[in-house]
Write a protein that binds this ligand. Structure first.
Ligand code: FEO
Length: 156
């Protein structure tokens, strides 16, 4: 439907925005000398482009008109690695809500293929949120920034 196409195009934009947000974090981390963190966020930004491409491919496969979005400027200044992680978790919670809205709309419309498509992303969102929650949990154990940087590197 027109509504499902619109919400999926909105999600193309959300995934691109996610990529930009994480790229901004990668730049800040690099500038501060946190090379492991910078690489980690650079890779995360690439993965978000992969999510966007998956939505594009789905729109193509369903013969729906896909659009090229613009994005908002992103934050490029942070107080600490903690702030980067808190923003990341907060952002992923928003993305989960986006996919829940897609899932709800698809269910309401009896669009089972889009519903299934959204379920795949919702499953992935559990991991996306968990990833940042775990890192924050480790920071709560008073992990110094240099150790966090090493931890990022080990996750690559
Ligand atoms: Fe595309 Fe990190 O969710």
């Amino acid at each position: 439907s027109k509504e499902v196409t619109a919400i999926l195009n909105e999600q193309v934009r959300n995934e691109l925005q996610s990529s930009q947000i994480y790229r901004g974090m990668s730049c800040w981390l690099d500038d501060k000398g946190w090379i492991g963190g910078s690489k980690y966020y650079f890779k995360t930004a690439q993965e978000e482009l992969g999510h966007m491409d998956k939505v594009y491919q789905y729109l193509f496969d369903r013969n729906a008109l896909a659009k090229v979005p613009t994005t908002d400027e992103v934050k490029q200044n942070f107080k600490s690695i903690r702030e980067v992680l808190e923003d990341s978790l907060e952002h992923e919670i928003k993305v989960t809500k986006n996919w829940e809205a897609i899932s709800e709309l698809a269910k309401k419309e009896g669009d089972n293929t889009t519903y299934e498509f959204a379920q795949g992303f919702l499953k992935e969102q559990v991991e996306e949120e968990e990833k940042f929650r775990n890192l924050l949990f480790k920071l709560d154990l008073n992990m110094p920034d240099w150790k966090t940087d090493e931890l990022f590197e080990s996750l690559l």
